[in-house]
Design a protein around this ligand. Sequence first.
Ligand code: ADP
Length: 398
Amino acid sequence: MTDLILTINAGSSSIKFSLFTMAAATEVIRGQIDGLGVHPRLVAREGSEKVVDQTYPDGTGPADHAAALKSILALLQERHPDQQVTAVGHRIVHGGPDFKDSVRLDDTVLDRLKALNPLAPLHQPHNLSGVAAARAAFPHALQVACFDTSFHRKHPWVNDTFALPNQFYEAGVRRYGFHGLSYEYIVSRIAELGLADDSHKLVVAHLGNGASMCAIRDGVSIASTMGFTALDGLPMGTRCGQIDPGVLLYLIGEKGMTTEELTKLLYNESGLKGLSGISNDVRDLEESDDPNAARALDYFVFRVRRELGAMAASLRGLDAVVLTGGIGENAANLRHRILHDEEWLGISIDDERNYAKEMRVSTDTSPVQVYVIPTNEEMMIARHTARIAAQESVGTAS
Ligand code: ADP
């Protein structure tokens, strides 16, 4: 039997999963079940080959996380009968101020994570439902929590706090930062590619449906555009990004908006979707000739350029920039718009390389080198889980 690591990213109505070998952390299969409870669909790939694409007749598909995991287990048994899940690594959005590293999930840790639910009510409870389901489905497997916040826990205090009375900081009202697993993976790729010596002061832009930027000095995060929640910073697919808190006071005090209404507005109806009135997807906006689609992209580009300057200022200089995430990896037009005319910052973009989808999109003589590197949060979870498994002597290393 070969030992496998299952990675789980559980959302409100979906589970993204991947299976990696424990010994080499190489990917065996990955996929997702979405539409849980409504119209579930299971899609899985091995390498670039789609091996499953299954919908279910009404009422027969997995209705919740537990049932979804049973389907994943059945899929594994069918395709890889000689392999077993020895450890499960969970993406957990919030580790609060205390979890500075991935950790074995036991009842005590779970209770501490549940206590953080109010800090990420749209994500944390679903992540923890995934944990409960995985504990039931794989009772003998090691369960590991990997946090989106851990990578940012070395922020200097000035990048960790708001200018509120200190008691709020003590009560956990801090700038946590997110997308940490993605940033950590990119830092590891920079090292693997032999670029670390020229990337002491690095800015990574994770531009996907969720978007943030991170200032990294010698592999350590020192500032991030996301704050207390994953709402702050850059505009996103449907999230507003940075907003004057006075707007919220106005909407509550003068317009009578409730917490639920504001939550829906800021998380689901704003960003590219809100500005354009069309879509949260950059591809739709690039294809549209509606002026509001162009304005939404203008705002996105403007804010990314602005935060690039802010991140470079936090680092007091810049050696390298990495773009990643669905937009960063694929949207060459937006990369061009973000990176041109940035010579003042030391960036000189080579558009031929940019449109040819090369990894390095800056010119040879650019003082700041710019790379496009695909992220892989699942791989990072698998590596953390393998490390904790080795510490706990779980699974075989051969
Ligand atoms: P998530 O935050 O959900 O993981 P992704 O990192 O997968 O999101 O990014 C998804 C977004 O990437 C899409 O909504 C779309 O805006 C953008 N995107 C994906 N492919 C392309 C493409 N070929 N051209 C432009 N934008 C793209």
